[in-house]
Design a protein around this ligand. Structure first.
Ligand code: AMP
Ligand code: MG
Length: 405
């Protein structure tokens, strides 16, 4: 594998991931609204109607003509009731009012709503105790959305608010990008399922759950494959099998320079390696390739490397495959304590990000060193991104953080 002697800069690796994934962007499908949550929208949505569709009351009270109100109290004749629901075509004449509830269409003639709390009922008369401003407590047709407005854009992620906006416009289904199907592999002869006893030299497989959880948090439904042994033929058979059935293969372990690290050779022999080894810490041996119809993201085995490479490269890959063009929110926080590094790689450090009493986001680096230390990942909630090159960052420096909890 001498074709990849130098490590790629982290930003260059992200660019390659995005570029190749965009070339293999998934198809679109039309889904009923209830199944679009979390998906990426494939086509702009134009409003077929106005929102609100009609003038209506913002409060429970009485619709009236503001010109009828006098200084002090005004007594009006109750001419009818218009509750939220079908419009009754009522009209408010001079000296009259109509009982109205929130969301009910405004009767003709009325221009203002007085809230119930500022009135007193006397038989079929309503006494207005405190005059509202002209036009008060009214919602106007089209004040939120005009027919023809583009309210949702292709490439956006469908949040609950966006799906509900489509619902309020009466749109029953949306065109979204298909989600990638994902095969997850952990690899290594030392791995044993949780629940099985450990023989000397063995450890429990923790990365599988880590990856399954991280992928599910992205809204995907990954499939866990049986663990790969450190045997080149078995690695070959399993990966080639997955390559013709899935959109994405995520592996962990067996991607470095050890005698048992067979994944790079298999991807190269039967597919294509887009890059191998990135100037990042941890996670340097990460590989990105293609195998049959699948993109392959081969992550190193150390649990913290899995975290850094998945958050740093896996998320952009999943986004681009699904046609997401809306950027994720970049989060930044102030360092609680100084950081120093001399190596050129981009570094990802576990940290606890919190909001201090002044409303400032702060990042407290976790002191645990070593990319095998999963406990420190559990105690933290983010990775601090330390820029490429030697760095001396004083306490208070603003750094990017990737939150995972
Ligand atoms: P490798 O990249 O295969 O050399 O693995 C690097 C380190 O990560 C070794 O200490 C492995 O035992 C460990 N490791 C690899 N895969 C897993 C896994 N699925 N769960 C926990 N640790 C793992
Ligand atoms: Mg291994």
């Amino acid at each position: 594998m001498s074709d990849f002697p130098t490590q790629l800069a982290f930003d260059a690796a992200v660019a390659i991931v995005r570029d190749i994934a965009a070339k293999h962007r998934l198809d679109t499908e039309s889904l009923p609204l209830g199944r679009t949550h979390g998906r990426i929208l494939a086509a702009d949505v134009r409003a077929p109607i106005a929102l609100p569709p009609f003038d209506n009351s913002a409060m429970d009270g009485f619709a009236l003509r503001h010109a009828d109100l006098r200084e002090g109290e005004t007594t009006l004749r109750l001419a009818g009731e218009q509750f939220a629901g079908r419009a009754l075509d009522l009209t408010v004449g001079e000296g009259e009012c109509v009982r109205i509830t929130t969301g009910a269409p405004m009767p003709a003639g009325a221009d203002t709503v007085v809230i119930k709390e500022n009135t007193r009922a006397e038989g079929d008369r309503i006494v207005v105790l405190k005059s509202p401003d002209a036009g008060a407590n009214l919602r106007h047709a089209g004040e939120d959305v005009q027919p023809g407005d583009v309210v949702l854009h292709a490439g956006q992620r469908l949040t609950p608010a966006r799906v509900s906006l489509a619902a309020s416009l009466g749109v029953p289904s949306l065109s979204v990008f298909r989600r990638p199907t994902v095969a997850v592999f952990s690899s290594g002869d030392e791995l044993v399922e949780p629940g099985m006893p450990l023989s000397p030299g063995e450890i429990h497989d923790s990365n599988r759950e880590l990856l399954m959880g991280l992928l599910r948090a992205e809204g995907l439904e990954p499939t866990a494959w049986p663990r790969l042994p450190d045997d080149p033929k078995q690695v070959e058979i399993a990966l080639r099998d997955a390559g013709c059935a899935f959109d994405l293969i995520v592996t962990c372990g067996a991607v470095s320079a050890g005698e048992k690290d067979h994944i790079p050779a298999v991807v190269r022999q039967f597919g294509q390696v887009h890059f191998w080894k990135v100037r990042m810490k941890p996670g340097m041996p990460v590989l990105f390739g293609s195998l049959d119809q699948a993109r392959v993201l081969a992550l190193p085995g150390n649990p913290v490397s899995v975290f850094a490479t998945f958050l740093g490269l896996g998320r952009p890959l999943i986004d681009a495959l699904q046609g997401r063009t809306e950027p994720r929110t970049v989060e930044r926080a102030q360092l609680v304590s100084p950081l120093e590094k001399t190596h050129p790689r981009r570094e990802f450090l576990r940290a606890t990000v919190f909001c201090d009493d002044h409303g400032v986001l702060r990042a407290d680096p976790n002191p645990a060193a070593g990319s095998h230390r999963l406990r420190a990942v559990g105690e933290s909630n983010a990775l601090i991104v330390v820029p490429d090159g030697p760095q001396r960052l004083a306490a208070g420096t603003v750094v990017e953080v990737l939150r995972y909890a």
